[in-house]
Ligand binder design. Structure first.
Ligand code: SAM
Length: 257
């Protein structure tokens, strides 16, 4: 078995056991299992002794330190993909590796600093963020991930822990006020569609003249407010990436490269 297969098998076997025992969904069970693997113990008190022993045996066979971050990310990603097949939601798609690799490459090329802050305002499962982080070698990166969905952010939290990435997570609507320090770069696979809260959309320059405003437009505007002067914004929409040119960031100060 390859290391990725070995990790996937461990995540999958334990998630299946936990799903059965906790009567939960596969993805909920996977988040629990990932947390167990990170903590090196079975955290669910309600399980009987036999189940705890079965789980423990699988976790003991995995020494996380012997795997690379990319192997861990890929093993966990395969298990998430399996879980997402169970409950498909169009806006919950994980960012594919090809996109993550390309955005990671761009971050590497454009952000020259050795130490910087990175923000993903729609972090989902954390797969894009982790793919980008794993490509930034010899750099010290403080990241922030924001996500509205509480299950996805749990998966992102576990994903970051397993790969030892220091990430601060906020479980909230990113289009409401964000209390995060300005970032040097923003990466985001934008959720595309209408934003239902017209009252909040009123606060945005990009608000629609009539009806609902596009949330992807609002995400771009919101990102300009949380990036430093001279910072970079890398979005997956139809793939645009933007540079902030003026000290006072506004939508009109963006230059598409
Ligand atoms: N990059 C993520 C990954 O690798 O898993 C996938 C991002 S997915 C295309 C878009 C994400 O935006 C979804 O996880 C969705 O729940 C989240 N989202 C949608 N509207 C949001 C909002 N207003 N605030 C925060 N997150 C939001």
């Amino acid at each position: 078995m390859t290391p990725v297969e070995q990790l996937f098998t461990a995540f999958n076997t334990t998630a299946d056991i936990l799903k059965e025992e906790l009567s939960s969904t596969y993805l909920e069970a996977l988040a629990e299992s990932g947390e167990n693997m990170f903590q090196g113990t079975v955290l669910q008190d309600e399980l009987n002794e036999v189940t705890t022993k079965r789980l423990d045996k699988v976790y003991k066979e995995i020494n996380l330190d012997s795997f690379s971050n990319e192997e861990i990310r890929k093993g966990f990603q395969l298990a998430i993909l399996k879980g997402m097949k169970e409950h498909t939601q169009p806006n919950h798609q994980m960012t594919p590796d090809s996109v993550g690799m390309f955005i990671g490459y761009l971050v590497n090329k454009f952000v020259a600093k050795k130490s910087f802050r990175l923000l993903d305002p729609a972090v989902g499962t954390g797969n894009l963020l982790a793919t980008v982080l794993n490509q930034q070698t010899d750099k010290e990166i403080e990241s922030v991930g924001v996500e509205i969905d509480d299950l996805l952010i749990r998966l992102a939290f576990v994903n970051a822990n397993l790969q030892k990435h220091p990430v601060e997570f906020f479980n909230q609507d990113s289009l409401e006020p964000l209390f995060v320090d300005p970032a040097d770069a923003v990466v985001c696979d934008l959720p595309v569609g209408y934003y239902p809260n017209d009252l909040r959309a009123e606060q945005y320059e990009v608000k629609a003249k009539e009806g609902h405003t596009y949330s992807h437009h609002m995400f771009i505007e919101q990102s300009t407010k949380h990036v430093k002067e001279g910072g970079y914004l890398f979005f997956m929409i139809l793939m645009a990436f933007l540079k902030v040119n003026k000290p006072q960031c506004s939508m009109s100060s963006l230059k598409t490269i």
